[in-house]
Design a protein around this ligand. Structure first.
Ligand SMILES: [Zn+2]
Length: 241
């Protein structure tokens, strides 16, 4: 029998299984995304209690089985963020953050920086409802693109290197493009460009605010980048606000 895996984890998703069990999707710092079964967790007297609910940051002991599915044999709470569940907006933003991590980082490849980013995002959403705004969600996604190694080029034209006349965005070219290279691009307004640059450079809590039109363009740049370079379709953020 392999030694049990003791790790911090954030519960991304929890799916009912059988009569009393749940299958959990967990994100870990050193083992990426793993799936585990929590047996009997839906019984009133389960020893796990509410410790394995979505968005909870736990320390877990996992036993490897014959399949890819681990079995949870121990769980201690590190952070719960109870306030996060008090508002529909923060609950929805947390679900979207976990979903984006699950889609962009679905393998066991370690990305400890993604784990910390998600832990920060959930703590932020749990600290104040005001953080459940689109600008924050987009800044979080941009930082995920950075961690995935597919952050769009923003400093100069992704096609020819021109640092000026940046007027479009092309996921195929790999970022912003200049007026001469704009053929396959969509127009990117200066405000949207500033938002992308600001959101990448600032801490999550200080994601710059912007108009809805600006945020929609930024979202399009992020969504098309994830589709083109990671073949991942992110759930729309702005349509739901
Ligand atoms: Zn160019």
């Amino acid at each position: 029998m392999p030694a049990p895996l003791k790790t911090e984890a954030i519960v991304l998703r929890s799916i009912r299984f059988g009569e009393a069990d749940r299958i959990l999707h967990l994100y870990t710092p050193r083992h990426g995304r793993v799936s585990a079964i929590a047996k009997g967790v839906r019984r009133a007297r389960s020893r796990f209690g509410a410790r394995l609910e979505p968005f909870v940051h736990v320390s877990v002991v996992l036993h490897a089985g014959r399949s890819d599915l681990y079995t949870v044999t121990g769980a201690d709470t590190i952070a719960v963020h109870p306030a996060l569940r008090e508002h529909a907006a923060t609950l929805d933003a947390a679900a979207r953050a976990c979903d984006a991590v699950a889609r962009l980082f679905e393998t066991p490849e370690p990305h400890p920086e993604v784990f910390r980013l998600l832990a920060n995002e959930l703590a932020l959403l749990g600290s104040a409802e005001a953080h459940a705004r689109a600008a924050n969600g987009l800044a979080f996604r941009l930082k995920l693109l950075l961690a995935a190694g597919i952050l769009p080029q923003l400093g100069s034209c992704a096609s020819c290197g021109d640092p000026e006349h940046l007027e479009g965005f092309s996921a195929a070219a790999g970022g912003v493009v200049c007026s001469s290279c704009q053929a396959a691009a969509f127009p990117l307004a200066e405000d949207s460009y500033r938002f992308l640059v600001g959101a990448v450079g600032q801490p999550l809590a200080q994601a710059p605010d912007a108009s809805e039109r600006t945020l929609r363009q930024a979202e399009r740049a992020i969504t098309e980048t994830a589709e083109h370079h990671a073949h991942v379709r992110l759930r729309p953020l702005l349509r739901h606000l």
